[in-house]
Design a protein around this ligand. Structure first.
Ligand code: SAM
Length: 804
């Protein structure tokens, strides 16, 4: 064996590459069962030959490798030279690892030891029987130590440096077999070879390709851009230069993530790949240099939906083999300032530029280093979101923000974004839904009423409107009452002339499109007094909070309006709670016991969501077939559809509430029929009836095989840029108003592309859909009483689709 060893050393002495080749042939012997034991004994002899630290270092300088023992304790790692300290401190659970190092692979130092220390801060059980991956395993010591200490089911040590993978395997054999070449079995009768594998892999490529689902991902990978960007485009093979292979430990290339601007692009990619392969209950542990500032580091994880726990934090000297000039370059081109410290004790941060200058003149700098444990909140949903982004919408991910101060906001937004992502991913075009609201959404509303308020409704009883004010305007147009009393809180968006005309007396009944609206306070006794005096044909009102708790105010309103033949629309928006424990509501309580009489309907605007303050949907509930049928036709004719995505949003909220509610175990109490109406009610205006009868309205299309060109529906797939914009508009936070207001952009487009003037002489009318737009234009014409447009007038109607 002596001769064999001399030959081996002679070979290694020639160069680092030659040493690597010799070591690789040793690995081949370790891999074969019949030569394995002999090869392990050979390695033991080699180690004995360079036993002391000095000898091992000399071996490294001369023969381009070193084999030495590292001692692992619960929270500390010592090299063999520190043996005395460990004996003195008397640690019990001592374990040594035998490790081979070569120059083209990272030599464990402060970063590695801090990382191992952080991992040890987790409870003992976190790796036991788990599937684990280590990103950037280097010579493999952390993967091996982890397997040795915690008995995971499997650890995949992954590295992009092919030499690192080979040396890691050798290190695995070095520790799975003892110095005599005998396998070392643990308490479960397994050796390290059963628990650890090493693979060449760019981050998690190996696990993604082989469909390996992980429970833990740990990683200590580069966080500084290579000062020489071209260097990173070189091919990574085991024959690349030692210098280049080593540089892979300290530097990364641009990765196409916003975090590149802080050098954290590789971490960002690792996190996103991790989201793909990690099981929902899994978590990731990363070693993060604090140089970009703690806020930036935390944000990388939080905006991707993670909760972070800082396991360990320390300050270490900036590694002398790492050039920080890429950080200086970043500072040059941005306002960002990195955080270094002068010496190890300084606590006033200095920027990268100052740090660089200080180092050049002989100073030493340090920086923070933290170990983060990160867990995805709502993992199943976040995985769906990232799956969508990964498949063609990568550019959107830079604006994704899943960080929330308030958990309840996260609980609303994340499930919705996941739903939106799945809708956009699975559908090349959006379904054509009934104008009165998507069947699914109306079923959810009816389901919520049934399960939470014990009101037996069906989707037919529910008509969806784009907003509460649209619903009110539609109702008034449908009945065209000579006089309506409307709660003063609900008149804001009504046409001005309805609120200014006063044609109560001496009205010409034939002029049925003249509507007069009187505003009234919403306290029920005052409202009732006004109703009795003015005898309106339609009343639209809400109720103050103190009256809404019990049903009596509602019953009084119902009785008064029934006696007088007045139609009443009761607005419950302010008291309607989308919560799993909705408070008591008198109107809904009443409806649980009694059906709605035909002169009454309930109006509800959904506005109280926590995420999108401007997203509104409204619905009207009626139990009179004539009313709900004509209402759904009216909404189609007058205002067009309610944006699908608004329905999706509130639909998600209803869905979540229904998903967690146990089916009602009590049989619904027998409901009383509605009281009969005594006085004659105002009917639908004849112009509305004739318009609705002559209109070609929605055709029910069960199998979705019709393409509705009548509503300008496109059968072409939605362009992916449109999908991206839709998703982005819901995913972002902190949007400024100018970003959401499309008016200016459209005016500019009309002017630049078509020469259409935007000054005082032209007026732009905007609407949510082409139908709504047409409706607005016609109403404009009617209001202006213009028999026709003047010859000079020009009108351009542009409909941008799809409306969201
Ligand atoms: C600082 S070293 C850490 C090595 C080891 N964990 C230790 O503590 O000794 C970083 C490692 O990440 C590897 N690495 C760099 N980029 C990588 C990538 N894209 N995929 C996988 N590994 C990568 C390097 O080759 C290097 O071995």
């Amino acid at each position: 064996m002596e001769k064999e060893m001399d030959d081996f050393l002679r070979e290694c002495e020639r160069s680092g590459d030659a040493a690597y080749a010799a070591i690789k042939s040793l690995l081949e012997r370790l891999e074969k069962p019949d030569t394995r034991s002999g090869a392990r004994v050979f390695l033991a002899r080699l180690q004995q030959r360079f036993q002391s630290k000095d000898d091992a270092d000399r071996c490294f300088d001369t023969y381009h490798f070193r084999i030495h023992d590292v001692l692992l304790h619960d929270f500390h790692v010592y090299s063999i030279a520190d043996l005395t300290i460990s004996y003195l401190t008397g640690y019990q659970k001592r374990k040594k690892l035998t490790i081979l190092e070569i120059p083209s692979i990272f030599i464990p130092e402060d970063w590695s030891f801090t990382f191992y220390e952080g991992i040890n801060r987790h409870p003992d059980t976190i790796f036991k029987d788990r599937m684990v991956a280590e990103l950037g395993c280097g010579n493999g010591w952390i993967s091996i130590a982890l397997a040795e200490k915690w008995s995971p089911l499997k650890v995949y040590g992954l590295d992009i440096n092919p030499r690192a993978v080979k040396v890691s395997w050798i290190n695995l054999f070095l520790n799975a077999l003892d110095e005599n070449g005998t396998p070392v079995y643990d308490g479960e009768g397994k050796t390290l070879l059963d628990r650890v594998e090493f693979h060449e892999s760019d981050l998690l490529a190996y696990c993604r390709k082989n469909n390996i689902q992980l429970e833990r991902i740990v990683g200590c990978i580069p966080q500084i851009l290579n000062p020489n960007p071209e260097a990173m485009s070189k091919l990574i093979t085991e024959n690349a230069s030692e210098e280049f292979l080593y540089s892979l430990s300290n530097y990364c290339a641009l990765q196409g993530f916003v975090e590149d601007q802080f050098g954290l692009g590789l971490i960002a990619r690792a996190v996103e790949e991790g989201i793909e392969v990690i099981k929902p209950t899994g978590f990731m542990i990363f070693n993060i240099g604090g140089r970009p500032g703690q806020g930036v580091c935390k944000r990388l994880f939080e905006r991707r939906g993670f909760n972070i726990t800082k396991l360990w934090q320390t300050k270490i000297m900036q590694a002398s083999d790492t050039d920080i000039s890429a950080l200086v370059e970043i500072e040059k081109n941005s306002h960002h300032r990195f955080e270094f410290f002068m010496g190890l004790v300084g606590d006033q941060p200095i920027c990268a530029r100052t740090a660089w200058a200080y180092v050049k003149s002989g100073g030493r700098i340090s920086h923070a280093l933290s170990v983060y444990s990160c867990q995805i909140r709502q993992p199943n949903q976040v995985k769906i979101i990232f799956d969508f982004l990964r498949n063609g919408f990568q550019e959107v991910s830079s604006s994704l923000d899943l960080s929330f101060e308030d958990d309840s906001v996260a609980d609303e937004k994340i499930p919705f974004l996941a739903y939106l992502a799945s809708v956009l991913k699975e559908n090349s075009f959006l379904p054509y839904e009934p104008p009165a609201g998507s069947m699914h959404f109306r079923n959810l509303i009816a389901g919520f009423m049934k399960v939470y308020h014990h009101i037996p409704l069906s989707a037919d009883n529910v008509t969806v409107f784009p907003s509460r004010s649209v619903a009110i305007e539609n109702v008034l147009r449908l009945f065209s009452p000579r006089l309506a009393i409307v709660d003063e809180h609900l008149t804001r968006n009504l046409p001005k002339q309805w609120l200014t005309s006063l044609t109560i007396e001496g009205t010409n009944d034939k002029l049925e499109d003249i509507i007069t609206v009187i505003e009234a306070p919403h306290q029920s006794d005052l409202m009732i007094e006004l109703i009795r005096k003015l005898k309106p044909q339609v009343v639209i009102t809400g109720m103050p909070h103190f009256e809404a708790i019990t049903s009596s105010a509602f019953e009084n309103l119902l009785n008064t309006t029934r006696e007088l033949g007045t139609r009443i629309f009761l607005d419950i928006s302010n008291h309607f709670e989308l919560s799993s424990l909705p408070g008591s509501d008198g109107v809904l309580k009443y409806l649980a016991g009694k059906s709605l009489p035909s002169h009454a309907a309930v109006l509800c605007g959904l506005v109280k969501n926590q995420v999108y303050s401007d997203l509104e949907v409204a619905f009207v509930i009626s139990e009179d077939e004539a009313v709900y049928t004509i209402l759904s036709k009216t909404v189609e004719l007058l205002e067009g559809h309610t944006a699908l995505f608004s329905q999706y949003y509130y639909g998600c909220l209803f869905h979540e509430l229904l998903a967690f509610q146990l089916a009602d175990r009590h049989l619904p109490a027998e409901r009383e029929g509605a009281d009969r109406n005594s006085a004659k009610l105002i009917g639908f205006t004849s112009s509305a009836v004739s318009a609705l009868n002559n209109a070609e309205l929605f055709i029910v299309d069960q199998d979705n095989s019709l393409i509705h060109l009548d509503v300008n529906r496109s059968f072409l797939p939605i362009p992916s840029t449109v999908k991206a914009s839709i998703f982005e508009s819901f995913a972002r936070q902190n949007m400024v108003e100018s970003e959401t207001d499309v008016r200016f952009g459209i005016q500019q487009l009309a002017m630049n592309s078509y020469g259409f003037p935007c000054g005082g002489s032209s007026e732009f009318i905007f609407a949510n859909s082409h139908l709504a737009l047409l409706n607005k234009l016609i109403l404009c014409c009617i209001q202006e009483r213009a028999p026709s447009f003047s010859p000079q007038a020009q009108m351009v109607i542009v409909s941008l689709r799809p409306s969201s």
